[in-house]
Design a protein around this ligand. Structure first.
Ligand code: SIN
Ligand code: FE2
Length: 217
């Protein structure tokens, strides 16, 4: 292996731990931008309310979701896809705030992915007990761009595996402000989130929020 798995390094003030080839955990990457993110999220969820989507097989997901950006990820009986409008309102998704875009680009660059241009942000609200089963992010048109995932509020255990559903899993404790970036050789890695445990966060209360930035189109 040509990389130093789980080694933590610091570079230009950014601490990062390698999870796999081209996959990095950046603890507290967002630093003091959490209040601004919270204010922006509150605006976004007014424009495009949180909702629980159904999987194509009809199962209600436990995470409350919405999107911003040029396109948003949706799931329903027709399948998983990206589309330019919110199916609840038929309006365009809210514009991605500049801070979201800047943060995603900065985190991608810190993980070695220059020129990331996210066109979509999936906003996931996890109440206590909500989880996300193991999956690959593979509804995007271009796998050359990474995934940037920002965690806020309550902590959670993130499961990161290899390219097969049954690959060995790494468990990563994600805390408020952490970012995970995966791309290149790890772009199609399986990942998931264990049920969020009961707790109370100063800024976000008893929930975990995850922002997933992608170049979808
Ligand atoms: C996702 O895979 O879409 C979200 C991951 C997370 O909530 O950390
Ligand atoms: Fe995902």
């Amino acid at each position: 292996m040509s990389f130093d798995l789980f080694a933590t390094s610091s570079d230009n003030g950014v601490t990062k731990t390698q999870l796999a080839d081209q996959a990095w955990h950046l603890p507290n990457f967002i630093q003091n931008r959490d209040n601004l993110l919270k204010a922006l999220l509150n605006e976004l969820i007014q424009l495009a309310p949180l909702r629980k989507m159904k999987t194509p097989s009809g199962k209600l997901m436990s995470v409350n979701m919405t999107c911003c950006g040029d396109v948003g990820w949706v799931s329903d009986a027709l399948g998983y896809r990206y589309q330019g409008t919110d199916p609840l309102s038929n309006l365009s998704w809210p514009v991605m705030p500049d801070l979201f875009n800047a943060l995603a680009k900065e985190a991608a660059a810190a993980a070695g992915f220059e020129n990331f241009e996210p066109d979509s942000c999936l906003i996931n609200y996890y109440s206590v007990g909500a989880r996300l089963s193991m999956h690959q992010d593979k509804d995007e048109a271009d796998f050359s761009q990474p995934i940037v995932s920002v965690s806020l509020g309550l902590p959670a255990t993130f499961l990161f595996a290899g390219l097969q559903r049954n690959s060995a899993q790494t468990r990563i404790a994600l805390h408020h402000g952490d970012v995970v970036v995966w791309g290149g050789a790890s772009r199609l890695a399986y990942h998931g989130v264990l049920p969020v445990e009961n707790g109370m966060h100063d800024l976000f209360g008893s929930q975990r929020i995850n922002l997933t930035f992608r170049k979808a189109c």
